[in-house]
Design a protein around this ligand. Structure first.
Ligand code: NAD
Length: 291
């Protein structure tokens, strides 16, 4: 029987710590951290994510702004808004909710975000800092996974870790965080042959493929830590992970459920990134690590 990692509880503790730190920063600098979210268009899932981010930011005492723009907004108008946010003193961090309408180039948008306010950790500067092992703002979901491993007492140092998925927002940064923590890391992806032979090496298996039920007991080494990042909407409307939970759970050392595992961590780590962005911006040092 595996230890089931309760992401909701770990996320609650992270948010509690952020609320305390926010009160301290407000005292020190006379203002709270400021987070802005930009939403273009009317994708219903994105609208829910944005509302959740807004609510979470308000709950920990942040200054929170949401910029809702119509789907027909031009790329130029969006870039102008980002320029304003880059200059806004009360905003320490912001993100543009993806996906964007098809007429807008997401790479042009990401490149317009000031790296010091890039709380999603997606700009080339922040991605480069992660690659080089320098301090910086890391993508939220992989950071959330690292927190979950810590909460379960799993230290990656010296372990075999396998990450399934190589996206810029989850798989690649995940692999680099594990590498930085001392793991021997393999990245598997859609071209990997004999996936189960690769994943069975893992002491730590992080699955972020977006394929419901991809990973079963045949993929898992007994006792492994299994972290399921996947969120797939089933035909019944229910959220399903990439891991067949009921089959893998008896074999794993610890495992995250979907929902209630990685999902709640992402917003908590977004808040922490914003707090850190404020600390770096406000620190007197001109050698800010994210400038
Ligand atoms: P993506 O589609 O950009 O990348 C998926 C990756 O999985 C690709 O690199 C692909 O090569 C790999 N892959 C696909 N099929 C595979 C297969 N059969 N075998 C091995 N590898 C395979 O997706 P993403 O943005 O990285 O997200 C991955 C999943 O995580 C999605 O389900 C997404 O909804 C979820 N997600 C959850 C959170 C959260 O907060 N819980 C955050 C981000 C993403």
């Amino acid at each position: 029987m595996a230890q089931i990692i309760d992401g909701k509880e770990v996320a609650r503790r992270v948010r509690e710590g952020i609320a305390e730190e926010t009160a301290r920063l407000r005292e020190q600098y006379g203002r709270p951290p400021g987070l802005a979210v930009v939403l273009v268009g009317d994708d219903p899932a994105s609208a829910v994510y944005v509302r959740n981010k807004e609510r979470a930011a308000q709950e920990v005492g942040f200054h929170s702004e949401v910029h809702r723009l119509p789907a027909e907004t031009t790329q130029q108008a969006l870039l102008q808004l980002l320029e304003q946010l880059n200059r806004a003193d009360e905003i320490d961090g912001y993100l543009v909710q993806l996906p964007l309408p098809r007429h807008i180039d997401p790479q042009a948008v990401v490149r317009a975000i000031s790296p010091e306010k890039d709380v999603d950790g997606l700009t080339p500067v922040q991605a480069g800092r992660l690659l080089l092992g320098e301090p910086g703002l890391r993508p939220c979901t992989p950071q959330g996974v690292m927190e979950l491993l810590r909460s379960a007492g799993v230290d990656p140092d010296g372990k075999e870790a396998v990450v399934v998925g190589r996206s810029a927002i989850v798989g690649k940064p995940m692999a680099h965080l594990l590498l930085g923590a001392g793991a021997t890391v393999t990245i598997a992806h859609s071209h990997t042959r004999k996936l189960e032979e690769v994943t069975r090496r893992a002491d730590i298996l992080v699955v972020a493929a977006g394929r419901a039920g991809l990973v079963g007991p045949e993929h898992v080494k007994p006792g492994a830590a299994v972290i399921d990042v996947g969120t797939n909407r089933g035909e019944d409307g229910k959220l399903k992970g990439d891991v067949r939970f009921s089959e893998v759970e008896p074999l794993a050392g610890c495992i995250t459920p979907v929902p209630g595992g990685v999902g709640p961590m992402t917003i908590a780590l977004l808040l922490r990134n914003c707090l850190e962005a404020m600390q770096w911006r406000s620190s007197a040092s001109s050698k800010s690590p994210v400038s």
